[in-house]
Design a protein around this ligand. Sequence first.
Ligand code: ZN
Ligand code: FE
Length: 242
Amino acid sequence: MVEIVRIPVLSDNYVWLAHDPASGETVVVDPGVAGPVLAEAEARGWRVSQIWNTHWHADHTGGNAEVKAATGCTVTGPDAEAERIPTLDRQVREGDLVRLGGIEAQVMEVPAHTSGHIAFYLPSEALAFVGDTLFAMGCGRLFEGNAGQMHSNLQRLAQLPPETRIYCAHEYTLSNGRFAATAEPENAAILQRLAAVEAARAAGEATVPTTVAEELATNPFVRAPSADALAELRRAKDNFRG
Ligand code: ZN
Ligand code: FE
């Protein structure tokens, strides 16, 4: 069973360290910076053997070069964004398998936030690293894609087993939850979760990872019945100040 450590960096990013005790391999998912990642790995006696990137944005790849130089690790990321992730060793597409020791990760193409965005789904661990696609109670902005793509991405992720843990790359849950409460004012599960998130954030606690089941109940973007409905929600959230 893989061991996962959350490393908060920059203003609201989470970098994930995943360690497979059986093989001794350690992967860093979306290292926006290198320093805190290398320090955390060293403190645990873990040697970073891989980087997995979900998309090219600097807050997810800015630490690639330094982590690679310090550890000699292999960098895996989306084929469609290869020229925008300069330290890439392996370019992957939909359906490709990436291994952490004996653990398999399936590559899912989930374009919309960026045109080549991917997610890594680890069925044996019941978890997925989803970058900036699905957030707790929200979804990524549509920088290089459209609402139709995001709608189908979220529907695919929502069809993973309900207990699947979703590791997203930002702590946006409080703002997302406040928006969700305005989008679905009658949804008691949203109001209840928002209260829990407010308490957690006031106590300085993280609200990620989430689960597929929680998102099905409380995420208006996952619950959106159509691409048009998602487009309207996304526009409203882009202008929401809560
Ligand atoms: Zn991004
Ligand atoms: Fe990001």
